[in-house]
Structure formats: structure tokens, C-alpha cells
Design a protein around this ligand. Sequence first.
Ligand code: FES
Length: 576
Amino acid sequence: MAIEPRLFRSAEWFGQNDKESFIHRGWMRNQGLPTHVFDGRPVIGICNTWSELTPCNAHLRTLADHVKRGVWEAGGLPVEFPVMSTGESTLRPTAMLFRNLVSMDVEESIRANPIDGVILLCGCDKTTVSLVMGAASCNLPTIVVSGGPMLNGKYKSKDIGSGTDVWRLSEELKAGTLTQPEFNEAEACMSRSAGSCMTMGTASTMASMVEALGIALPQNAAIPAVDARRAVLAHMAGRRIVEMVREDLTLSKVLTIEAFENAIRVNGAIGGSTNAVIHLIAIAGRIEVPLTLSDWDRLGNDIPTIVDLMPSGRFLMEDFYYAGGLPAVMRILDSRGLLHSTALTVTGASIGESVKDAPVWNQEVIRPFETPLIEHGGIAVLRGNLAPDGAVLKPSAASPSLMQHRGRAVVFRDIEDYRRRINDPDLDVDENSVLVLQNCGPKGYPGMPEVGNMGLPRKLLERGVRDMVRVSDARMSGTAYGTVVLHVCPEAAAGGPLALVREGDFIDLNVPARRLHLDVSDEELSSRKAQWRPPEPVASSGYQFMYVQHVMQASEGADLDFLIGCRGTKVTREAH
Ligand code: FES
């Protein structure tokens, strides 16, 4: 149903002829805005995470200009505004610590301003999630425009992928099979254009997730950042958001449980990041959709990974776009009845209609459903006395030989302890050991850094060992790989059983049975728990202090408890 222009939200600021509107319109005019743009047209906020400290998003000012063209063309008034930008490669201690903080910035910026619809400009991992979380708590018409991936890295005439090849090359350097000058040369060859990581890491996963959720235009995930078609997509999003305001197509009409279930299945098909588990649960919490950790296993377990991209496979995002991109993947899933076809998207069409003719141009990159890269993709949710509230593992990035494994724990009480001892020649460890890292969860670090894929001990690397079972309450970069059990809940710093593991305990990992078991009696665990003391707090004031008081566990999305829910756009008090 179309809305009358005078009923747009922005009219509360710009639509009167009194002192308040004099102030609201008058100060905006210093930007050269003429009288007629205050005629009741939709005002479109362009929420921008541009920053030179977020290299993956450094081109977003230019992309915003293309959005503006589309907004003007459709008869809207574009207004670009900045929010805090979280650059994964630079922010310390970890960008995840600030995801929820940025979501508050976004939510309050939208609500407090005369905005009728929003374009979210994002790219690097958390920038996408924070912006969608904040926008979901407001529930205006919203479209996500991702910045797009970098072009393929090129080194010695071969493709190299963001992150994935950093982990591989640094292990080679440690093992002595790569020289320091070669390592430095690879650094200069990896990030050679604007854009985000071009592997199927967290940025590409989340760009795919927003497309699968229906809150981005088709092909949002994969068009390279520097391809002119990315600018066209931004332009078309600008046009479309103006129509969405007129149609009153708000975010909650698109972000339904069916949309989230589609996204989980797509994540399995693309071999997406484990981080998507936490992030989608957090977004669902903001829009009040009941999504749980168990849904990931229920829906993703039977999904084959058909996209052959690093870190699970061989290719990169540029290849993915040329092969057909996400619409082709969704068409394949839909043709097998694995999607809710009728789920609405921001285009106004259903997801089924949007992808029904999407072609595959390269079956090496997007493989047939019958001959997938990995038969059971998705995310395995593990439970047991070591993770009563769950833990996750990405089978497509793990070694098949380690999917059922029993090994002796080598325990690191925190990341500093790990860094101090991992390369000690006297460390009592072999390839059958299970590396255990404690106190790196949401409260413990704090902020749950991407350290779960702990590098292996140098002495084992030198002997050719390339994978071991690792268990922690941390996260793992979406570009990383290995047989890595992550997000163990409850975390060690909250007194979870992970805190009670001691050197030499045996741990059983059984991925097919979804089991993670610490082979220690209940009596012994109770006695250890009685002696357990929480780690010293890292901060006694400021944001980090508040974060630790309020952050929820990974299985619940690691949002701050007081941010859950959709608070809408009503301003609590009018100005006078
Ligand atoms: Fe920004 Fe990977 S570091 S997307």
C-alpha cells in the first residue's frame, strides 16, 4: 500500500511552517538545497562506513555518490552520514568488541534523524553486521549495498586469496619452506584493488547472507568493488529505496524466519564463515525472529557445498561473479526445494522469482548439486559435557581424517600463554594432541577474537603436520581453515567446562555424532569447578567494562542483553 508523502516520517521535521521546521530545513539549506526538495519527498539516509582506517571500505564515498544519483533520479532526497567503521585488519583488540557499539551508533543515528529509508554502505566483516543490527532495531525500509570484493590476488602468476594464503604462507615461512623476501613479495601482491577480502571469508559471507536474506539487490555479494557494475548496483539501490519508502516495505517484512532459513542453507552451499552463525542470530534478535543455534544444524546439515571458493576450495570472489554469483547458487537450491521461494526481497519480488533464470557460466566454480565440492557443507553444531550450550565446526574447512578424533589436551589459559609456549621445543605435544585455548570468548578476551585457528607448534610444522584438532571459545577468521572447534559455550570466563580442562585430559571429538566430550568424571569436574576463579577483569571502566557486564554468549549472538529487540523509529520526546 502506498503512503501519502505527508505521512513520511521526515515530514515531522521538514513538513511544518513553524519555528521547528525553520530550524530543521534552514540549517540543511547551507548545503545548497533548494526549497523544492522539502516538498515531502522521501529522505534517504546513506549510512556510510567509509574510513581510511577500514581499507576494505575506503572506496565507499564514491559508491555513495552512485547511490545518490539513483535517489535523486527516483525523486528522493539523499543524505549521507557516517558511523563508526570497524576495520578487521587494523582494529585492536578485535573488531568484534565494537560490533554492538556500532550497532547502537547506527540505530540511534537513524532514529534521531529525519530519515524515511536507509541504504547501508558496508563491506568489511563487522561493518555489515553492525549496520544491519542497528537498522533492524529501527525497522525502516532498508537496502544493504556492499562495497564488493577486491580483484583476485596474483603472486608468481597464481591466484592468492585474502587471509587464506596469509595463514598458508606464514606456516610455510615457519616451516622453512618459504623465504622472508618471498613472504614480503606475496604481501605486496595480495590486496591489489579497492574492496573487501576476496575469499569466501566473513565479508563475502555476510555480503552473501544479506543477498540471501533478500535485503540486498541480486548480485550484491560478488560484483568486484572496481567493476562498473558495482556502481550500477549502488545506483539501482538508490532508485529502489525511494520506491520502498512509498510502498512502506519495511525491514521486518523481508527479514522473516523464512529469510533466515534461506540464508542458513545458502551459507552451507557457499561454504560460508562460522562467524555467520553468531551474526545471523544477533540480527534475528534485533528483528525479533526466533533463530537458534540448533537451526544451523537442522537446516544446514544436508546442504552440499557447491561453490569452490577459498578457504574451502580453489577459486575467489571475482571468479564467483563471472560464474554466475549468488543468484545461480540460490536457483540451484530453489530447484531442489531447499529454499522458501516465496520469501519477499527488497526488489518487491520473491526470492524464487528473482533467481529463477540465473545461469551458471562455469561449473568448476559453481558445481552441479550432484557433484559438490563437499557433500555435507553447512555448520556442525557440537554438544557434550565440554560444550553444554553448543560449539561449532565448519566441516568443509576441516580435515576428514580428524572428524572423529580422541586426543590429549594441551591447554593454554589465554592467548598470551599460547603465544609464549606454542613454539617451545619442550612443549609436550604431538600431532594427536588437542590444542585447547581458554578465556577468548565474548567476556574473556573480551570481544571474542579470531584466534581459534591457533597456528600449530613449529616443531610439528617442520615435520609436515598441517592440521590438528583445536578447541576454544574464540572465533575463527572466515578466511581460515582447519579442524577447529569454535564458540564453545558457556565460555571459560563465564565458568563453562572449557575453563576446567587440564593438561593431559582426553577430549573426544565426533563430528558425525555432533559430540564434544571431555573424558573426566562429573565428580572431578565438580571439584575443579569449586576451585575455579574467574579471570581478572581487563577493564574497570569505560565501554569494555560495560561490554563484559552485558554481552551474551556466542550461542545467543553475543549481542548486549539490553539491545535485543526492535524499538522502532518513534522519537521518545519531540523538540519544542
Ligand atoms: Fe576487511 Fe577482510 S579485512 S574484509
